[in-house]
Design a protein around this ligand. Structure first.
Ligand SMILES: [Zn+2]
Length: 147
């Protein structure tokens, strides 16, 4: 079961979250052990490995429910730092001047947004300041306690 979307949502909320479809169970276990990471999975066999100290079996199958499940399970609400991490690659987001990214923006984005962030790893551009964007709505949804 693919948890790629959950990983993106967690990053959107600022959590350091590694995800790769091609990681083998051995790789996941090794990384978790070396970097003190919590393993989120839908694979019971993976969680049975002794090397994995912190693991959690995600019960929900819908990503938007999965994120709530994880936030509730680990009581992560006080730790939300939306838009500090790239949802594509987990890189850190840094503020950038509009003039630095202007040439890469769609006309409407250029017109309506003034605060921009750029991923230090993959160069993806993010913007905020409006409540009507899809990303902002997701963040608000996820930040509300409870399911
Ligand atoms: Zn990135």
């Amino acid at each position: 079961m693919n948890l790629g979307k959950l990983a993106r949502y967690l990053r959107l909320l600022g959590f350091d979250c590694l995800y790769c479809n091609s990681y083998t169970d051995d790789t996941v276990a090794k990384i978790a052990d070396e970097q003190w990471r919590i393993v989120l999975t839908r694979d019971c066999n993976l969680l049975q490995r002794r090397i994995i100290t912190y693991g959690y079996f995600v019960r929900a199958s819908l990503p938007k429910i999965q994120i709530k499940e994880v936030l509730n399970r680990f009581d992560l609400y006080p730790m939300l730092k939306p838009l500090t991490r790239c949802s594509h690659c987990n890189g850190q987001l840094i503020e950038t001047e509009k003039q630095n990214v202007e040439h890469r923006l769609e006309p409407l984005t250029k017109q309506h947004f003034h605060r921009f962030l750029i991923c230090s790893e993959c160069d993806q551009i993010y913007w905020h300041g409006s409540h009507c964007t899809r990303v902002q709505r997701l963040i608000e949804d996820f930040s509300r306690r409870g399911l």
